[in-house]
Design a protein around this ligand. Structure first.
Ligand code: ZN
Length: 194
């Protein structure tokens, strides 16, 4: 389940957000953010948090809530629908304590930076990445797999942004086979049209 083929083309910050979303394997049930210590380690490893920061149980629950709100929003990219209002409200709230500032650099566009510290600041930095990607147009390619139970975050490099699976081998063919079997059970023709 990866899109390593075009990995180099992924904007660096958006790749961090993708890694954050993929800290949970919904299929396998493992979650890299399943404790305050694990969350602190993960955020420090990607440079979003000072390793000496305190991380509470509340922070860990909040991080998972924010992660799943991101997933809801990028799933709307997969389906080409409006993002869920409640998920957007969760992300707005995560950014509200950030004390954002805009900074300018010679060879890049304006950067939105969160000044808040701790986990609150780290989550706000992830929200800022989303805002920046929406502004630079890369956001629409950031999607969650359409297969129920997968929802893996991936970048869709298809020309017309029509990709819906994290990987055709892992999920596309599996979902097609499942539908084929369901149709067969229902007495349908068994056509493989999706
Ligand atoms: Zn998938």
């Amino acid at each position: 389940m990866s899109d390593t083929k075009n990995k180099d083309a992924i904007p660096g910050q958006l790749d961090t957000l993708k890694r954050f979303l993929n800290t949970v394997d919904l299929d396998g049930g493992s979650d890299e953010l399943d404790s305050p210590q694990a969350l602190g380690r993960w955020l420090a490893d990607v440079g979003l948090l000072d390793p000496a920061s305190e991380v509470s149980r509340y922070d860990a629950a909040r991080a998972v809530e924010v992660r799943e709100a991101f997933r809801d929003v990028i799933f709307a990219n997969t389906c080409h629908t409006e993002p869920d209002a409640a998920a957007l409200a969760t992300l707005s709230a995560a950014g509200s304590a950030a004390r954002y500032r805009v900074s300018f650099h010679p060879h890049e566009g304006p950067q939105l930076e969160a000044c808040a510290e701790g986990v609150e600041g780290a989550l706000a930095r992830l929200v800022a990445i989303m805002a920046q990607a929406m502004l630079d147009g890369s956001w629409g390619r950031f999607k969650a797999c359409r297969r129920d139970g997968c929802r893996w975050a991936f970048f869709d490099w298809t020309k017309n942004q029509s990709g819906v699976w994290c990987s055709m081998a892992a999920c596309g063919n599996r979902e097609k086979a499942r539908r084929y079997q369901a149709r067969k059970r229902a007495g349908g023709s068994g056509s493989t049209t999706v």
